[in-house]
Design a protein. Structure first.
Length: 457
């Protein structure tokens, strides 16, 4: 029994992170990835000017960074042709999402997002006691009308939309986005995540509407600018709304070196355009590799390509695991029917050569696999028995996984839909050498014939 007491909310949350990082996988498998093309980082790197700025600022790192981000906000305001008061900087969009959840949510407040959208947003909502309500994707795009309708119906406090979208790479045009920004329900805030905006075709990002107090738009230096390791993101919005961040934010959350890097990167638009060209060429190569192997690449407005494997989530998961086992780091969506796909980030030519050589073998291995191991577990002891095997795919019945929502083997006291997602996040963190796939009713029937069950009640 621990000699401390956390809040009841924290007691029921798993001690995990939204993603199992490639570093964790490398430690577990005992070797480094040969091709790191799964986290949507920019392998083409930051501007040389940003690298120099970081080197120059390193000797000053004994000082805190400017807690007002004055110079960076001035630069961003000039770039977007707004006032500095319309900009707030934070520790990447991930950090900004946490601040928004803290500002707007009380325990039990409803939040609407898409089933399969960015899991870090869900992580923050869970952490502040929000209740997630999910809307299915429609034709591999977030269903804008359905999101607005559900938010109005449930009196939601927050709506999350990404455009372009992660994990599918799909997008809506500016007119469609503008339409929903005029329909945001009363007492609700729409978070428009534009992390991949620099990669999008013209006409995707609507003009800034700084009078709309129900809208917050977010951008990042982690993608096109190649500064994922620096953790710099920012919000653009109504000045009064932006001012609310000062009440709760970590004022020293973005360090001196990171601020210097972001300023230099923003000023080097020539390098940005060079990266965008490299990304386009790389995605064309990935598309060709996918087509040559009988897979279907989906349209994208991002720096990654989502590839339809043509079968179910179990097939895509096994293919991903096979690629990982051969030293290629890729990812996949976690919710059906999106999980029929794998997701590959634009990479250096040498990375894509490794992919081209490896993918046919990985597909052949997947097609020849013996019946999958299937774990039906309702306690951590059951998980440990299943995980005694070196690797494999573990299918978890959705109805059973809900009992793991606390992450401690005890039945969850919550009955909302987030329990399954929390459980699966914890399972993946607990045993990252396995793939965990939630079975819905149809999938459950499909896999009845190939299961080896480890059942603990």
């Amino acid at each position: 029994m621990p000699d401390y007491r956390v809040s009841p909310l924290v007691q029921e949350l798993p001690a995990t992170v939204p993603f199992v990082g490639p570093e964790t996988q490398e430690r577990n498998q005992g070797y480094l990835f040969k091709a790191r093309i799964g986290a949507n980082e920019s392998v083409f790197g930051p501007s040389p000017n940003a690298i120099q700025a970081m080197a120059d600022a390193a000797s000053e790192s004994w000082m805190y960074g400017d807690p007002e981000f004055h110079d960076l906000r001035e630069d961003l305001a000039a770039h977007h042709q707004v006032e500095p008061g319309n900009i707030m900087v934070g520790e990447g969009i991930d950090g900004m999402l946490g601040y928004v959840a803290r500002m707007f949510l009380q325990n039990g407040d409803t939040v609407v997002t898409s089933a399969g959208a960015y899991p870090t947003f869900n992580y923050h909502v869970n952490g502040y006691g929000g209740k997630l309500e999910f809307v299915p994707y429609r034709a591999d795009r977030e269903d804008l009308d359905a999101l607005i309708q559900k938010a109005a119906q449930l009196q939601a406090r927050l709506i999350y939309v990404s455009n372009p979208d992660n994990p599918m790479g799909s997008w809506w045009d500016a007119q469609s986005i503008e339409s929903i920004t005029k329909q945001i329900p009363e007492n609700c805030l729409l978070i428009l995540d534009e992390s991949y905006g620099e990669f999008a075709p013209p006409g995707t990002l609507p003009p800034l509407d700084l009078d709309n107090q129900r809208l917050l738009r977010m951008r990042t230096f982690s993608k096109a600018y190649g500064l994922a390791g620096m953790r710099v993101g920012y919000a653009i919005g109504n000045a009064e709304l932006i001012l609310e961040f000062n009440k709760i934010r970590n004022h020293f959350g973005v360090g001196r070196v990171a601020q210097a890097a972001a300023r230099a990167a923003l000023k080097d638009q020539t390098h940005l355009q060079r990266v965008l060209t490299q990304v386009r060429h790389s995605l064309e190569t990935i598309k060709e590799i996918a087509v040559e192997n009988g897979l279907m690449p989906l349209p994208t407005a991002s720096n990654f390509l989502t590839i339809d494997c043509g079968k179910d989530g179990a097939f895509a998961a096994a293919l991903m695991q096979s690629l990982i086992g051969k030293g290629i780091f890729v990812r996949m969506p976690g919710v059906s029917p999106l999980d029929r796909c794998i997701r590959i980030t634009a990479g250096l030519p040498e990375y894509l050569q490794i992919l081209a050589e490896t993918l046919p073998e990985a597909l052949a291995r997947r097609l020849d696999l013996a019946p999958a191991q299937v774990a039906v577990i309702s306690s951590w002891h059951g998980l440990e028995r299943a995980a005694a095997h070196e690797s494999g795919t573990i299918y978890v019945d959705a109805c059973v996984s809900e009992s793991l929502g606390n992450g401690d083997g005890k039945p969850s006291t919550r009955s909302d839909e987030r329990t399954t997602e929390i459980a699966l996040d914890h399972l993946r963190h607990h045993s990252p050498h396995f793939l965990f796939v939630v079975l819905d009713a149809a999938d459950h029937a499909a896999h009845q014939g190939d299961r080896t069950a480890y059942i603990e009640s």
